[in-house]
Ligand binder design. Structure first.
Ligand code: F3S
Length: 399
């Protein structure tokens, strides 16, 4: 792989061991994937934040790197942590966990990472433009930025996205290159896809079939930002999709007309997806909204729906700190709190250690959350649209 003089100097340690380590990671990935060169990036987005997943070994690794003088040179934002960083007591997590989680965030801050703690950096100012190269790690944000914004990133790992943020470059391979952005499979959708949960179910069906292929979807008539963030999250979870195109909706779809390989999704398939995802129980301990993190529009809608009502289950509405602050300033949090719901920032049901809280069954409008809560936490899950989720929270049971 060709390195510029400056890149070689960093690799040789001229900017210190912290930068050297970062360049070693970026260059090694380039070698492995056959990149010809590195490409400058506009931003990085780092995953691997929850102490639940990192543990002491991860925390030590970060502290060591920070001590070596590593510092991000491009805007670098952070994925959700394991708790609301300001309001963790009311979430019921232990002091020991909270202390460690705060140390993790501090280590990232030392390296110049902005502690946004969200999976929707594109909703809070880290929004790349068409054709811009970035190095993002959160899989739902990778799918959104590649597909909906037309930015260019591979599905980075936590350390590699941080390394890219430090050296301000990433290896030019995979989805950074034109030739890998063309769809290789066409998905003809005749099922009516109406809600974010339907998009989650569609992501479930297609993701499982196509793995990491780039798909061209046809037949989807419209999709809101909120639905597309749910769609990408689900495709990335059930497959390992980093980029998809939707005819008439996403910006690069117009460059392509059809693919030789085709699959279809009919109404009966969608119904089957719900049947496969949903558990056979009416019990509901918790209703979880905000995977990926809620937009301000979703929070406003939830508030309107809950006004004057009380929830009988636990209800979590998760979002980014910046969006929470905006919602609070507008008074949008009030109906949620008055209904008895929890309005949470910095975390989500998947990365928080909710197993400590003893919940056994969940209803959510997120296909991605269904996957992780059933596979990792062994919870019984139901996927439903936002209206139904809120109805279940108020009724106290699935029906
Ligand atoms: Fe975001 Fe957590 Fe879902 S990180 S995409 S809310 S699993």
């Amino acid at each position: 792989m060709n390195l510029t003089k400056e890149e070689q100097a960093i690799l040789d340690g001229e900017k210190g061991p912290g930068f050297q380590k970062a360049m070693e990671i970026v260059a090694a990935l380039g070698e492995i994937y056959g990149a010809k060169n590195l490409v400058p990036i506009k931003s990085a987005q780092v995953s691997g934040v929850s102490y639940k997943n990192l543990g002491d070994a991860g925390l030590e690794f970060l502290n060591e790197w920070a001590k070596q003088g590593a510092k991000c040179t491009v805007p670098t934002t952070l994925n959700p942590a394991g708790m609301d960083l300001k309001d963790w007591q009311s979430m019921g997590f232990s002091k020991e966990f909270a202390e460690k989680q705060i140390l993790v965030v501090e280590a990232y801050k030392k390296m110049g990472v902005t502690p946004t703690c969200t999976c929707v950096p594109y909703l809070i100012g880290n929004k790349p433009s068409l054709g811009e190269h970035i190095a993002w790690a959160e899989s739902s944000a990778v799918a959104f930025s590649n597909s909906v914004l037309g930015a260019r990133t591979n599905r980075e790992g936590g350390p590699s996205s941080l390394a890219a943020g430090i050296v301000g470059r990433t290896a030019s391979y995979g989805l950074h290159l034109d030739e890998n952005r063309a769809p290789t499979i066409e998905v003809d959708v005749s099922a009516e896809i109406k809600s974010e949960a339907d998009f989650g179910a569609l992501g479930y069906l297609v993701g499982k079939k196509i793995g990491s292929k780039v798909a061209l979807f046809k037949g989807i008539k419209k999709a809101s930002l909120e639905q597309l963030k749910s769609f990408g999250a689900s495709l990335a979870t059930y497959g390992s999709v980093g980029l998809y195109h939707v005819e008439g909706i996403t910006p690069e779809a117009k460059n392509y007309t059809s693919c030789a390989e085709k699959i279809s999704v009919e109404e009966k398939d969608l119904k089957r997806a719900y049947g496969e995802i949903n558990a056979d129980t009416n019990e509901v301990d918790i209703v979880a909204i905000g995977c990926p993190h809620c937009s301000i529009k979703e929070i406003e809608y939830i508030g309107k729906k809950l006004k004057g009502k009380k929830v009988r289950t636990v209800l979590w509405v998760s979002t980014a700190r910046k969006i929470k602050d905006e919602a609070v300033a507008k008074g949008l949090d009030k109906p949620i709190k008055e209904a008895g719901g929890k309005f949470i920032a910095d975390t989500c049901v998947v990365v928080a250690p909710i197993e400590q809280l003893g919940y056994k069954s969940v209803v959510t409008n997120s296909g991605k959350a269904c996957f992780y809560l059933s596979s990792l936490n062994k919870m019984k899950v139901h996927l439903a649209d936002l209206d139904k989720c809120l109805k279940v929270a108020v009724d106290g049971k699935w029906s």
